[in-house]
Design a protein around this ligand. Sequence first.
Ligand code: DQA
Length: 148
Amino acid sequence: MSRLIYILNGPNLNLLGKRQPQIYGHETLADVEAECRKAAAGHGLEVRFHQSNREYEIIDWIHEARESAAGIVINPAAFTHTSVAILDALNTFDPPVIEVHISQVHKREAFRHHSYVSHRADAVMAGFGTQGYLLAIERLARLINTAK
Ligand code: DQA
């Protein structure tokens, strides 16, 4: 069975660390990537880590993941609240999907309370800061190992 997981990040997350640090913290996306790689390696998982500000690139990576991946961790960022296309792409992917939000979206503006991606996600992490990615990897590893 595949030991590869995709970690996908949506728009503006390239500015992590500089962007509204009072909400998203001071860690950069490169810091998050390094921590994710370390956590995944601890579970014997290989990582493809991507960020894009373009919806179609995220969709293309989900299609790529269909061919090879054992799971996806996705922070769709603002596309969470707008993108039926990302939901449709995730619905073509059978292995586990975990949705991550750094901030506690339900404590924020009403437009952040609805997630298209949650219609597909097997679990949702919100408000754990960047630690949410690591918790998502831990859960994904459990799901992958028990699916063997
Ligand atoms: C986010 C929450 C979204 O509402 C927002 O648009 C983001 C980041 C988070 O990680 O908390 O860009 O997904």
